[in-house]
Design a binder for this molecule. Structure first.
Ligand code: MSP
Length: 636
């Protein structure tokens, strides 16, 4: 079993959790879920960064003690990760004793080794970033991040001899090309390192700042917050010598965004080297979320609102959107419109419909996965099934590769390519058509087996990205126990396995602007219709029906023959929707029907009811309930 240790940044407790923090944490969660699925022994660390000027100032402003502010906001982060289903192993707070102990031990070790000295320093300081800026980094006399004026500060402080590690660090980065990745950030770091590296001021005088860990060798100073914070990655494992540290530290990787590359790629490796602790394996750096294309500073309420969309659309949809939309390493723009677009297209349509169609089709032939005699000769009856199995193998390898590089967007694009192949295979093999002979039944059974096997694999592959939906898919396929990637194999699904119908996995979202259509024309039409009494309306029996089979009517361009289930009863209906829907699109859909209409014969077929549909300007849409309800449910 390989150990795997992943960390998120520890977030400042002066902010509420928002989209940016959530993205990093979701990315880390998806990664550890993937590694867990692959059988690794995983440790995921997150937490809060609670010391320093920034927190002290925010607390003073709020009229509370820094500890009270930290307690309150740290709890908000913890609660947000719980609500998002983050599977972290530990949550560290830098005000905890277990952390302070390790920080003190490392400081003492560096002091004893002569790695720290007392010196004088003057520089341009940003209180927001808690750091000094070099002349080169300053933009128009302001902090490039906060766009606020910098203050010139001169004081005696303790310094860590970072400059002496410059040559060694450049060499390390050159020898380990993916130490910092993607490449653009490695280049950025090598760019910083072209200028002389200065020593790092690691203390703040207590007369200016009380809120920090006092230096063990001079209690007139507290530790600089970055020096304190970075050590959380080590202290959370108990520090060198602790069995947990010894087990996980050799496999550590960090995830951060581009705003904190310098402390992680320069200070941290030098600190580790000086303390005699091995370096991390990879620093994985992602870009920034923007809203409406605008560059955003660190504390913007809209980012909090963006995160609140998880409550409106669900955790899985939120995870999917952010993981799929952002190319890891580059900036991406967040909008509710883009979110709903992907939810409808990728989740409701491509995935949700597929799951519903496959489980319904199998339910219709008795609810068990059919057996298939695998004759996969090229050009033979089952050749398409073989292509699908091949498409799966190819995707499987590509997902592994993408995940090894933290390319979540690519992993998901690959899975959706496979979902596309399964949908096309289903449309081509059409295993809902009536079977007339043994050969046709063999072909149909093989098709149903292949699509069910595809769902089985998806129930596993999707676990890191859509944990709730993947669990439901596995449950529908009777796949109990701990999911394992090694079970995502063609042939693992046993013929005869009972399947439960699963529809409404991701209900389609109808945008508000589409539902409010009482503008001009429609409103006039509504007004013109004769008014009826409620008891007249009560005569119409409307029910939810599930389409279990659909086929075109020969000699008719417009009509489809549908078999629908009303729960206890199945019926045949004829619907004039062939120009708007293919039979395949309808199977598994829940529609609304008039159930007490007198039977009528259409093109020789008796129709027992009517499917409700809305139309406008040549477009037609059948009505479906926007939540999953059992067939037969009354519409009132
Ligand atoms: N406390 C330090 C980190 C110390 S780690 C030893 C800190 N905290 S922070 O609260 O400001 O969090 C910064 C991190 O939050 C970023 O690196 C990133 O992970 C996440 N994000 C904050 N805003 C973001 C965006 N707009 N977009 C993407 N991620 C961003 O820095």
């Amino acid at each position: 079993m390989t150990a795997f240790y992943l960390t998120t940044p520890i977030y400042y407790v002066n902010d509420r959790p928002h989209l940016g923090h959530a993205y990093t944490t979701i990315v880390a969660d998806a990664m550890v879920r993937y590694r867990r699925l692959a059988g690794d022994d995983v440790w995921l660390l997150t937490g809060t960064d609670e010391h320093g000027d920034k927190i002290a100032q925010a607390a003073a402003k709020a009229g509370v003690t820094p500890q009270a502010l930290a307690d309150q906001n740290s709890a908000a982060f913890r609660e947000t990760w719980r609500a998002l289903g983050i599977s972290h192993s530990d949550f560290i707070r830098t005000t905890e004793e277990r952390h302070r102990k390790v920080v003190l031990a490392i400081l003492q070790k560096l002091w004893d080794a002569g790695e720290i000295y007392l010196g004088k320093y003057g520089g341009h300081y940003c209180f927001g970033c808690e750091r000094f800026y070099t002349e080169k980094e300053i933009v128009d006399g302001k902090c490039p991040d906060h766009q606020t004026a910098l203050q010139w500060i001169e004081e005696e402080n303790y310094f860590f001899k970072m400059s002496k590690y410059q040559g060694w660090l450049i060499d390390h980065i050159e020898r380990h090309p993916d130490f910092v990745r993607p490449e653009r950030y490695r280049n950025e770091v090598l760019g910083f390192l072209r200028d002389p590296l200065t020593d790092l001021s690691i203390s703040r005088p207590r007369r200016r700042l009380e809120w920090g860990i006092p230096l063990p060798f001079d209690d007139k100073y507290v530790t600089y917050v970055w020096f304190d914070a970075l050590i959380n990655y080590v202290s959370a494992l108990g520090g060198p010598g602790d069995p947990r540290f010894e087990k996980f530290w050799p496999h550590v990787q960090h995830v951060i965004a581009k705003d904190i590359v310098k402390p992680h790629a320069i200070y941290w490796p030098c600190m580790l080297k000086a303390a005699g602790i091995p370096l991390y394996q990879h620093l994985n750096v992602h870009g920034y979320w923007t809203l409406g294309g605008q560059k955003i500073s660190k504390s913007v309420g809209n980012l909090v609102e963006a995160l609140a969309l998880k409550e409106k659309y669900g955790n899985d949809a939120f995870r999917y959107f952010v993981l799929r939309e952002m190319v890891f390493g580059l900036d991406a723009d967040f909008s509710e419109e883009a979110f709903v677009g992907r939810l409808n297209a990728d989740l409701a349509n491509d995935l949700g419909n597929l799951v519903s169609r496959v489980t319904t089709l199998i339910a219709n032939i008795g609810g068990r996965v059919p057996a298939t005699a695998g004759d996969y000769a090229p050009g033979g009856d089952y050749a398409l099934g073989e292509d699908l199995a091949q498409a799966f193998e190819t995707s499987r390898a590509a997902i592994d590769l993408a995940m090894a590089e933290f390319a979540f967007h690519r992993a998901l694009a690959t899975i959706w390519n496979f979902i596309g192949s399964v949908n096309r295979y289903l449309d081509t093999t059409a295993p809902w058509a009536p079977v007339m002979n043994d050969r046709a039944q063999g072909i149909r059974d093989h098709a149903l087996y292949s699509v069910a096997q595809s769902l089985w694999c998806l129930g596993l592959l999707l676990e890191p990205f859509l944990p709730e939906a993947a669990g439901k898919i596995r449950h529908a396929l009777g796949h109990a126990g701990t999911p394992q990637l090694s079970d995502a194999q063609w042939g693992r699904l046993m013929p005869g396995t009972p399947i439960q119908k699963l529809s409404g996995l991701f209900p389609r979202i109808v945008a508000a602007k589409d539902t409010v259509s009482l503008g001009g024309k429609e409103a006039a039409t509504v007004a013109k219709a004769p008014r009826i009494k409620i008891d007249e309306f009560g005569k119409i029996e409307l029910r939810v029906a599930e389409v279990v089979a659909a086929e075109p009517l020969p000699r008719s361009k417009k009509l489809l023959k549908l078999t629908v289930s009303l729960g206890e009863e199945q019926r045949t209906l004829v619907a004039g929707i062939a120009e708007h829907y293919t039979p395949a699109e309808l199977v598994g859909k829940k529609v609304v029907v008039v159930a007490n209409l007198e039977p009528a014969k259409l093109m020789g077929v008796e129709s027992n009811g009517m499917v409700l549909a809305a139309s406008s300007a040549g477009k037609l849409a059948v009505l479906t309930p926007d939540r999953d309800l059992p067939p037969g449910s009354k519409v009132t």
